[in-house]
Design a protein around this ligand. Structure first.
Ligand code: ZN
Length: 415
């Protein structure tokens, strides 16, 4: 570590140690452990409200009411459905440290939400991902409301929509497209899932496509020679999956869904495939996107060029490639203040954590060059995205102290 960085790191450590020893901060820390039964009730109540992709309104309304009860200011639901509330700082300039947690789940509307407590564990769909994160937001807001701790910058709480799957981070995209927030949020702490052992600093990017090939269709014997979309699509996939993927920057490509055809003796009218491309590098994702397009174009051209030289134009195959998701790749810069502070907080709390790469809500601020990380809400959990999901809140106060201390240090607490 260069000498200057070392001095900076120790300064952050001094700040964290000083702040953690303040009586109001101690009081906020004590709130967490004393109110665990309350946190469980919130978490189960929240998880019982359906929040399928693009259907988060009921859960948003519940969260809005809790934010208002806890005395946050400017509590409102924005035009895409994010729930916002501010714990006001002492300084005039409207700087914000944002703490966010996604409120949507992967479970479609109608999924039975059998949320229950079993031997100290909380069980049911979405209980960890991300009811634990949203509960952390409520715990932090409640502890701040209970404690006289004063901080300089505002702390902005956001329960955001659209993190999962085809939600495609729309809640965070919206938040960071509004100059009011984009220009005033210097640091973002995303709370997603359980644990305290990771700091997500690298945003894994993804591009998702649906490739559709269409033809006139027909009878497998009497119309033989008509372009066959399943065969064309298969050739395209075979070519695409031979594209070279670098080990570094790490990149992956997968075909997750394939559909088409009506019966064994019918030439299909269409066939489609869903393709998932991921990389830590946007250039690699663009390169693979081009490779996909070329593979499909060639497969279609090869078909109309070979078997059916004299066929009428209308019987040729056609294709389209539709984007069904795009998440930017990005990385927290070396020496970022937010990382320095979390490192110091972890040292103070005796917590060990490793840097991690994932696709989270932090992708959006990171891709804009802003400082952001994703942290766990403590405790432990498993079975995410299944009906057997569980969350064990044992020791969750460590994560809550960790997030609070990080947010307060970033916001600044006057001597
Ligand atoms: Zn999540």
């Amino acid at each position: 570590m260069p000498a200057v960085a070392k001095v900076e790191a120790s300064r952050a450590q001094q700040e964290v140690d000083r702040l953690a020893a303040l009586r109001p901060a101690q009081r906020a820390f004590a709130w967490f452990a004393a109110h665990e039964p309350h946190l469980r009730r919130w978490q189960m109540e929240l998880a019982r409200i359906p929040a399928p992709p693009f259907g988060e309104a009921a859960r948003a309304e519940w969260l809005r009411a809790r934010f208002a009860e806890l005395g946050l200011e400017d509590v409102h639901v924005d035009s895409v459905g994010n729930v916002l509330g501010i714990h006001r700082g002492t300084e005039k300039a409207a700087r914000h440290v944002a703490i966010t947690a996604h409120i949507d789940t992967v479970f479609p509307a109608g999924t039975p939400l059998d949320i229950r407590e079993e031997g100290g564990k909380l069980c049911g769909p979405g209980i960890s991902d991300n009811a634990s994160g949203v509960t952390a937001l409520l715990a932090l807001a409640a502890a701040l409301a209970d404690s006289p701790v004063r901080h300089s910058a505002n702390i902005l709480f956001v329960g955001n929509v659209g993190e999962e799957g085809e939600g495609d981070l729309r809640g965070m995209r919206h938040l960071f497209s509004d100059p009011r927030w984009k220009d005033s949020i210097a640091h973002t702490i995303v709370v997603d899932g359980s644990g305290t052992d990771t700091i997500v600093t690298q945003a894994l990017g993804s591009r998702r496509f649906e490739v559709t090939v269409r033809g006139p269709g027909g009878h497998s014997w009497s119309d033989f020679g008509a372009p066959n979309p399943i065969v064309i699509l298969s050739r395209a996939i075979a070519t695409f999956t031979r594209a070279k993927l670098p080990a570094e920057p790490r990149t992956s490509a997968s075909v997750g869904v394939i559909q088409g055809g009506t019966s064994v003796n019918t030439i299909p009218e269409s066939a489609s495939a869903r393709v998932d491309i991921r990389s830590t590098s946007s250039q690699e994702m663009e390169r693979l996107e081009r490779a996909l397009r070329v593979a499909v174009e060639e497969a279609v051209a090869e078909d109309s060029g070979s078997q059916r030289r004299n066929a009428p134009a209308k019987s040729r195959a056609a294709f389209e490639i539709a984007s069904i998701g795009s998440r930017p790749a990005a990385e927290l810069r070396e020496g970022a203040r937010i990382l320095e502070v979390i490192r110091a907080v972890d040292a103070h709390l005796g917590n060990t954590a490793r840097l991690h790469r994932a696709s989270t809500d932090a992708n959006i601020p990171l891709s804009l060059g802003l400082e952001a990380v994703s942290l766990g809400a403590g405790g432990s959990g498993g079975g995410a995205h299944t009906l057997h999901e569980w969350y064990d809140p044992s020791g969750r106060e460590l994560a809550l102290q960790r997030i609070l201390l990080t947010a307060l240090t970033l916001a600044g607490v006057p001597e």
